[in-house]
Design a protein around this ligand. Structure first.
Ligand SMILES: [Zn+2]
Length: 161
């Protein structure tokens, strides 16, 4: 069996194995995923298109949520559409708006989308993580610092089209 065929077979087997108890598949989302307190978000989750946003039980920042991007357990990278990602961003923005109303210190959201195990994702189903802190992550801070240095040296860009 060719290496590519072997990889496809391995991916198919992994997809089937993880599909059986996936908390992010549509039939499980309501019963197997956490909700925000009703005092924070009346519906417990936000939804935009097929994207569903909920608290992350294994968060990586002070505030950490997940956006399930679509109903399908697996999608080839070439089959993702901009709409799928925009739905995830839109649902997440609704969460961020609620968060900003109760905690004004959180100002630096980061959207992370690592798909499949080779990219470090522990859950097969396509999802995005939204991490929010009161200070920027390293690369965001670097971009802010470099932008400020550029501004001080060159001033505003006035000839933009
Ligand atoms: Zn799934």
């Amino acid at each position: 069996m060719a290496v590519l065929d072997l990889r496809r077979e391995l991916l198919r087997a992994l997809m089937e194995k993880t599909r059986a108890n996936c908390p992010f598949c549509p039939e499980n989302v309501e019963t197997k995923t956490p909700m925000f307190p009703k005092s924070f978000l009346a519906g417990g989750r936000t939804q935009s298109g097929d994207a569903v946003v909920m608290p992350n039980l294994l968060g990586h920042a002070e505030q950490s949520v997940l956006a399930i991007l679509l109903r399908e357990h697996h999608l080839k990278l070439t089959d993702f559409t901009p709409r799928m990602l925009l739905d995830g961003f839109h649902g997440s923005m609704e969460y961020l708006k609620c968060l900003s109303e109760v905690d004004t210190s959180v100002k630096f959201p980061v959207f992370v989308f690592n798909y499949l195990t080779l990219a470090g994702s522990s859950i097969f189903h396509p999802h995005m993580q939204i991490l929010v802190r009161d200070r920027p992550f390293f690369l965001v801070k670097l971009l802010m610092d470099k932008s400020q240095a550029y501004w001080k040296e060159h001033g505003p860009i006035t000839d933009a089209v």
